[in-house]
Design a protein around this ligand. Structure first.
Ligand SMILES: CC(C)(COP(=O)(O)OP(=O)(O)OC[C@H]1O[C@@H](n2cnc3c(N)ncnc32)[C@H](O)[C@@H]1OP(=O)(O)O)[C@@H](O)C(=O)NCCC(=O)NCCS
Length: 136
């Protein structure tokens, strides 16, 4: 868990209280995935269900040294599979409107922008709400 905290503080613009990570893991261990390269932590994703068919992705981060190699996609697909196994059909997340890389990343994985939150982040930046819906 210490490695995840360290990587998250390096790659996410928002800083999270360390106890939150334990809370997320304890409340939903199957929503917490990590990726390793030569035994080194290089990526993580955290998602949790909010109801029987709706879940949120709370964070995803990949070490800058190994980006654009499919690690983020692998983590996202793993989490989407876990959600699908549990019949969760709608998945949402927030992303900073300036974070073009992440927006591209999610669009590549069939997320679409459905709404916008004004001043969502600690720094006053707006967020897009992006959504993924399972195809039946
Ligand atoms: C977003 C993030 C997780 C992507 O991880 P990654 O391992 O680099 O992603 P992948 O290699 O699986 O990329 C998959 C697709 O995403 C898109 N993408 C990824 N990086 C991109 C970039 N720098 N510019 C444009 N598109 C990009 C591309 O469509 C890419 O497909 P391609 O390689 O066929 O072009 C990573 O950039 C990251 O950790 N960013 C900082 C943290 C962050 O912003 N998290 C999201 C907060 S909501």
């Amino acid at each position: 868990m210490f490695d995840v905290l360290k990587l998250s503080s390096q790659v996410l613009s928002e800083q999270y209280n360390p106890t939150l990570f334990n809370l997320f893991y304890e409340s939903c261990p199957w929503g917490f995935w990590t990726a390793h390269h030569y035994q080194q932590l290089v990526g993580f994703i955290v998602g949790i269900p909010f109801s029987h068919d709706f879940a949120k992705i709370l964070m995803i981060g990949v070490d800058p040294a190994v980006r654009k190699k499919g690690i983020g996609s692998q983590l996202l697909k793993q989490l989407l599979t876990e959600f699908s196994k549990r019949n969760i059909s709608t998945i949402e997340l927030e992303v900073a409107v300036s974070n073009k890389t992440a927006i591209n990343f999610y669009q590549k994985h069939d997320f679409t922008i459905v709404d916008e939150f004004s001043k969502f982040y600690q720094n006053g930046e707006d967020a897009y709400i992006m959504q993924w819906t399972a195809v039946h």
